[in-house]
Ligand binder design. Structure first.
Ligand SMILES: Cc1ncc(COP(=O)(O)O)c(C=O)c1O
Length: 409
């Protein structure tokens, strides 16, 4: 008897299981028809161009970089004189591989310190762990803003530590796991600290395109736009994983010309060229005629509805003592303003990992303790509202409410 292997590494929920820990797009929202059309078009256009099927350009070939640069220019609403230049854009196999290239090229190793947010994308911690570097954490203020006074003081008072600090890895937009949105002023300050203390910034902006209606026209800048185009230290990463499909492995790094040269000439790229060269050919189609903009709008609208539905259902079902604002119990709570995640703070005395275990064993509900994302606090849970449909999100809030009430009784 042969056992069929699943395509994903992560087990997907079956039957009446609910998994709010998965940061995946909803299966029915993946635009498979559009993806198929893109690849069909690729083969129509490139079949008589065998050169296309050779090793590609290290950083991605000119046309695809131009299309991504034009998309970013338009998406960020930049005037012509500030347009993103194709030679500041490197194509990568999604943010994960972009970050891995950054760590390679910056030679992040056991001698280096990398600062992250107080809680961060758990897989990024694995990437840092592989390099053997020391990961340290910058706290958020009680208002949920990255505390850069803290970082400045720390590096100022310890020059040896400042010298070893090679990189800050940040998720400034709709942060994973807490959903925070870094204000413009904090972004500028972070870039100025990078120059002051001579570190680089890997800015993971994978959720930047997914702003909900309230924020859509007042989004803070991508970090790369706040830095020098020639010798800047910011590498802003984006991808199509969260708006189209993670399987495409298509992303970009927007950075300075100096870093473009260094990243684009990484050994693996010189040897193997851009890792998603074939997909680049298909994505040429999606970056034309407003197609990507339409897909982004559809994804963001759907996520906004879901975020509100989950928020309302949690308000109705969670007992007093839970807070939907992770940083400050007294601040007014609100639904997520973009991205995939929200954080809830548990009533005092409940431990997030215990709650997660109880939910799984008794309610077939998977939630993620933020302590699995580096958080030193044990009273917060991350909930992802992207993967499941709206009625299931309501059901998940009912289950979570019951579980917490049982644990409190
Ligand atoms: C913050 C963050 N960065 C990166 C990734 C992975 O991005 P990609 O699919 O572009 O490699 C994820 C996926 O969950 C994420 O949440």
């Amino acid at each position: 008897m042969t056992t069929e292997l699943p395509y994903t590494y992560y087990p997907l929920p079956q039957g009446d299981e609910i998994d709010l820990s998965l940061g995946f797009p909803e299966p029915d929202s993946i635009p498979i028809k559009s993806i198929r059309e893109c690849f069909a078009q690729l083969f129509v256009e490139k079949s008589d161009q065998p050169d296309f099927f050779q090793y590609g350009h290290f950083a991605g070939y000119t046309r695809i970089r131009s299309l991504v640069a034009d998309f970013l220019t338009q998406f960020y609403g930049l005037p012509t004189e500030l347009a993103v230049d194709k030679d500041n854009v490197i194509i990568c196999g999604g943010v994960s591989f972009g970050l891995d290239s950054i760590l390679t090229v910056l030679r992040i190793d056991s001698t280096k310190i990398v600062y992250c947010e107080e809680m961060t994308y758990f897989c990024a911690l694995d990437l840092l762990g592989e390099r053997g570097c020391e990961a340290r954490f910058i706290p958020f203020t009680p208002q949920g803003v990255l505390d850069l006074d803290w970082l400045d003081d720390k590096l100022k008072s310890n020059p040896e530590e400042a010298t070893r600090t090679a990189l800050v890895y940040t998720i400034p937009t709709f942060q994973n796991p807490c959903g925070a949105l870094m204000p413009e002023e904090t972004r500028k300050r972070l870039v100025s600290l990078a120059h002051k203390y001579d570190f680089y910034i890997a800015s993971d902006e994978v959720y930047h395109t997914l702003a909900f209606s309230e924020m859509r026209h007042k989004m803070p800048s991508s970090l790369a736009l706040l830095d020098d185009k020639t010798s800047g230290r910011v590498m802003s990463m984006g991808s199509l994983s969260k708006v189209m499909s993670p399987a495409l492995r298509f992303g970009w790094i927007h950075t300075s010309s100096e870093l473009y040269e260094r990243l684009g000439n990484a050994g693996a790229l010189v040897s193997g060229s851009c890792v998603c060269h074939l997909t680049c050919g298909a994505m040429e189609v999606i970056f034309q005629d407003g197609k990507i903009e339409n897909l982004i709008q559809t994804a963001a609208d759907s996520l906004e509805r879901k975020a509100q539905i989950l928020y309302d259902a949690l308000k109705e079902n969670l007992p007093e003592g839970c807070s939907l604002n992770s940083f400050n119990r007294d601040a007014p709570s609100s639904a997520a303003k973009g991205g995939y995640f929200m954080l809830i703070q548990l009533p005092p005395n409940l431990i997030s990992t215990d709650v997660a275990k109880y939910c799984k064993e008794n309610f077939k509900l998977t939630v993620k303790a933020s302590s699995t994302c580096g958080d030193s606090r044990s009273d917060r849970l991350r909930l992802c509202f992207a993967y499941h449909k709206e009625n299931v999100l309501v059901e998940s809030a009912e289950r979570l409410g019951k579980a917490i009430k049982e644990l409190m009784s």
